[in-house]
Design a binder for this molecule. Structure first.
Ligand code: SF4
Length: 366
C-alpha cells in the first residue's frame, strides 16, 4: 500500500532517476494496452515534457489536444505545430458558466458548493463540511478537512459556482475520442499541484489501470523545477507564451548561468498556461503581478471579454415556497443570478464579490 511518504521519497529523487522511473511507467502502460494509447496534450510545459519522453520510447504515439477555445492563441498554434489532433467541446464556455457556474477557488471547493446549494440536495455531508460538522465515516470523529472558510462564498453570492466546466469543455470531447479509438491516455499532471492529485496517486499510483476511466500520469512525482530543468537540459521547444526559462535567486535577480548561486528556474512569461479565463487558483496567485494583471497587458482583448459584460437573469431554480432555513442551513435560493452576457463573461463582479468577503487583495486582477 502506498502512502504520502512514498510520494515524498520519489519527489526527492534526482531528475535522472525520475526520467528512468517515468519511462518504466510509460512502457508498462503501452504494453498493457498493446500500443492503443495516446498523449493528452494541453500545449503546456508539463505535457510537452511528457510528449518528449513518450516519443523517445514510442515515436508514433498520437497527441490529442482538447481545443476549448479558452487557451492562449500561442498554445493553440503550438499544439498545431506539434501535430496534435484537435477535438472540440459541444458547448460554449459562456453557456457552461450560465448553466453550471463559474469555476473559482478550486475543483474541491466548487464541487462542494455545487452539491451543497440545491434546496433538495441529498449531499447533506457537503453542508456539514461548510458547517465544520463533517465526520470521518470510519472513525466517527470530526474530519480535519472542513470548508468553513468557504461558507460565506457558498451562502451569500448570487452566481452559480461549479467544477463542471472541465468535464464539458475538456473531458467530454476527449471521452468521445477515446470511445471512437479505444486508446488510453498518458496525462502530464504533477501531484505537486493539488491535494486531490496526491490522494489519487496514493490510491492508484502513476498507472491507474483499475480506475473506471484508466489513465497514466507518468510524471506524477515530478516537481515543477524538474520540468523546467528537463526542458533546459534537453533544449526542448515550449510554447512562446512562457517566454524564456531563467535562473532566479531568492530576491528575484535573474542569472543566465548558475554561477554557484542558489537559484530557482522560472519562466519569464506566463508561469502556467491552461485556460485563460479559468478562475481556479486565482486567490493563490500572490506574485507581484498576478496572472490576471499580466493578461490585461499581454492579451487586452481577452482580458476585457473576461472581466467585462455579465447580466442579471431570473434564477430558473428559484423556489418561492422554499423555507429560508433548514435547521442551521440557509437555503441558497436567489431570485436572480449573475451570468455572462454577449459582451463578456462578467468575471469582474465574481471577483469583486469574493474580495468583499475575503479582503480586497484576495483576488488581484486590476
Ligand atoms: S481549466 Fe478551468 S476554464 Fe478550463 S475547462 Fe477546466 S474549469 Fe474550465
Amino acid at each position: 500500500m502506498r502512502d504520502i511518504s512514498d510520494l515524498r521519497q520519489r519527489q526527492a529523487l534526482p531528475l535522472g532517476a525520475k526520467v528512468l522511473m517515468s519511462q518504466n511507467r510509460i512502457r508498462e502502460w503501452y504494453e498493457h494496452f498493446n500500443g492503443d494509447v495516446y498523449i493528452s496534450f494541453s500545449g503546456g510545459k508539463d505535457s510537452t515534457v511528457l510528449a518528449h519522453i513518450v516519443h523517445d520510447v514510442y515515436p508514433d504515439v498520437p497527441m490529442v489536444f482538447a481545443n476549448t477555445g479558452l487557451e492562449y492563441p500561442e498554445i493553440q498554434s503550438f499544439a498545431k505545430k506539434m501535430g496534435a489532433e484537435f477535438v472540440r467541446p459541444k458547448m460554449m464556455f459562456s453557456d457552461v458558466l450560465s448553466k453550471y457556474g463559474y469555476p473559482i477557488i478550486s475543483k474541491e471547493v466548487s464541487t462542494s458548493i455545487a452539491e451543497a446549494r440545491p434546496i433538495n440536495t441529498k449531499s447533506t455531508f457537503r453542508r456539514e463540511e461548510f458547517q465544520g460538522k463533517r465526520l470521518n465515516q470510519k472513525t466517527g470523529e470530526i474530519c480535519p478537512f472542513q470548508k468553513t472558510k468557504w461558507l460565506p462564498l457558498c451562502r451569500d453570492t448570487q452566481f452559480r459556482i461549479s467544477d463542471r466546466c472541465c468535464s464539458v469543455m475538456k473531458k467530454s470531447p476527449i471521452r468521445q475520442y477515446e470511445s471512437k479509438t479505444h486508446r488510453k491516455p498518458f496525462i502530464g499532471t504533477l501531484t505537486d499541484e493539488s491535494r486531490l492529485r496526491e490522494l489519487a496517486w496514493i490510491k492508484n499510483g502513476c498507472n491507474a489501470f483499475d480506475k473506471k476511466k484508466p489513465s497514466s500520469q507518468p510524471l506524477s512525482f515530478w516537481k515543477e523545477q524538474d520540468v523546467l530543468k528537463y526542458i533546459k537540459d534537453n533544449g526542448i521547444e515550449i510554447a512562446s507564451v512562457y517566454g524564456e526559462i531563467l535562473s532566479t535567486d531568492k530576491d528575484g535577480y535573474q542569472y543566465e548561468a548558475m554561477l554557484g548561486i542558489e537559484c530557482e528556474l522560472k519562466c519569464s512569461g506566463c508561469q502556467r498556461t491552461g485556460c485563460i479565463f479559468c478562475g481556479f487558483g486565482s486567490h493563490l496567485d500572490k506574485d507581484n503581478v498576478t496572472r490576471w494583471q499580466k493578461l490585461s497587458k499581454t492579451h487586452p482583448k481577452q482580458y476585457e471579454y473576461c472581466m467585462g459584460g455579465g447580466q442579471w437573469v431570473e434564477n430558473p431554480d428559484y423556489d418561492p415556497t422554499a423555507p429560508k432555513m433548514i435547521g442551521e442551513w440557509q437555503n441558497w435560493n436567489p431570485k436572480k443570478i449573475w451570468v455572462p452576457s454577449k459582451k463578456g463573461l462578467g468575471m469582474k463582479k465574481v471577483f469583486d464579490d469574493c474580495n468583499q468577503i475575503y479582503g480586497k487583495d484576495f483576488i488581484r486582477y486590476e
